[in-house]
Design a protein around this ligand. Structure first.
Ligand code: PLP
Length: 402
């Protein structure tokens, strides 16, 4: 008989860059997961803002299996139908004229930052290469993106890092105004800092960045890897803020669970990339883009996008009620279905502990730093599942506070 795989195998065989929960989910359906023992969980994590249509959505499953019967991969010597359809969907729905496909958020940001440097060099061969980024930002784990990220603990051990990246305080427009110059080639920002604690940008901050980039001929990059594809209730957060970037990166929810990323930009910038300047083997692979095309089609509707605002209320109203009783949070914040509950100072640093208690009660959540409990559930989660998940959270909170 085949031996049963257990959580112990992780410690035995896996490079220890993660510390996964001690149970192993084996099946998902909608906003529910089941582990090896058959225990059920309400899923408010969505694979970290990825499973935007929940698990095993029937139409997405059909798109996957239909494409799997045709052709999986061709390489970039040939284009394919699903990638061309997806590119048109993205261009039709956004400010962008062109799309570049890759496999992850980090790769989308890597492409964006490389393009910004390339554009800067075309204007001033030596000097227009500085990138302004923000403290507590997260842009991925490649060396360039981890350097652009604003948490030194993720980058410092990999020095020497790519130079000419400056980190300024998030939401501090005067800091940017004081620093930006003709040397600046790009400003990269998350409209809502996700990993950094679910911190929405102030509207004036993003509008101000747009104006400063225009003044100094720098490109404005919105990292919408976490906020994109409906998460905030708009297709992309830039639309909610009414600030149009020059480059936008999208991944996570774009594939609904199938790995894919994209960088979107306008013709005048896209033209700086020529055959050979950038690429990736799997980028725009027909299997990934067939799935993403279906996910995008299903999410980019008034019903799904409008439903996000309603679900935001289901969450925040109940979370505030729970908090009224237990005073465990100091603030409930976020946009749409990217929600952060900040631990009250009495429970400082205990977000992870609360998340573990929640898992014991059958709720899968996320944290964003030591102090913020984060939820990024399916955009179509039914009200009954929200209620059930929050019942379970309330039991976990009662235990934390006892
Ligand atoms: C998750 C995330 C990334 C990195 O995406 P990967 O697919 O893990 O490479 C980049 N930026 C933001 C804002 C993210 O949330």
């Amino acid at each position: 008989m085949e031996q049963r795989v257990t959580r112990k195998a992780f410690d035995e065989y896996m490079v220890p860059v993660y510390a996964p929960a001690d149970f192993i989910p084996v099946r998902g359906e909608g906003s529910w997961l089941w582990d090896q023992s058959g225990k059920d969980y309400v899923d408010f994590a969505g694979g970290i803002a990825v499973n935007a249509l929940g698990h095993r959505h029937p139409e997405v499953l059909s798109a996957l299996t239909e494409q799997a019967q045709k052709v999986w991969h061709l390489g970039n010597g040939y284009t394919n139908e699903p990638v061309l359809k997806l590119a048109k969907q993205l261009v039709d729905a956004t400010f962008a004229d062109k799309a570049f496909f890759c496999n992850s958020g980090a790769e989308a940001n890597e492409a964006a930052l490389k393009l910004a440097r390339l554009v800067g060099h075309s204007k001033n061969a030596d000097h227009k290469n500085e990138i302004i980024a923000f403290k507590n930002a997260f842009h991925g784990r490649t060396l360039f993106t981890v350097s652009a990220g604003g948490q030194p603990k993720y980058s410092q051990d990999f020095a020497p890092l790519p130079p000419a990246i400056t980190h300024l305080p998030f939401n501090d427009l005067s800091a940017v105004a004081n620093h930006i110059s003709s040397r600046t080639c790009a400003v990269i920002v998350e409209p809502v800092q996700g990993e950094g604690g679910v911190v929405p940008a102030d509207p004036e901050f993003l509008h101000g960045l747009r104006a400063l980039c225009d003044q100094h001929d720098a490109v404005l990059i919105f990292d919408e890897v976490q906020t994109g594809v409906g998460r905030t209730g708009e297709l992309y957060a830039y639309q909610a803020y009414d600030v149009v970037p020059d480059i936008l990166t999208t991944a996570k929810a774009l594939g609904g669970g199938f790995p894919i990323g994209a960088m979107l930009t306008v013709d005048s910038l896209a033209a700086h990339f020529q055959p050979g300047t950038h690429g990736t083997t799997y980028g725009g692979n027909p299997l990934a883009t067939a799935v993403a095309g279906k996910v995008f089609e299903l999410i980019n509707t008034p019903e799904v996008l409008g439903g996000v605002a309603l679900r935001h209320l289901w969450f925040t109203e109940r979370l505030n009620l729970i908090n009224h009783q237990y005073h465990v949070f100091s603030e409930i914040r976020g946009m749409g279905l990217l929600l952060g509950a900040v631990m009250h100072e009495r429970y400082n640093g205990q977000a992870k502990q609360l998340n573990q208690l929640a898992a014991e009660e059958g709720l899968i959540g996320l944290i964003a730093g030591p102090n913020v409990l984060r939820f990024a559930p399916s955009l179509i989660i039914p009200q009954a599942d929200v209620e059930e998940g929050l019942n379970r959270l309330e039991r976990a909170i009662a235990r934390l506070c006892s």
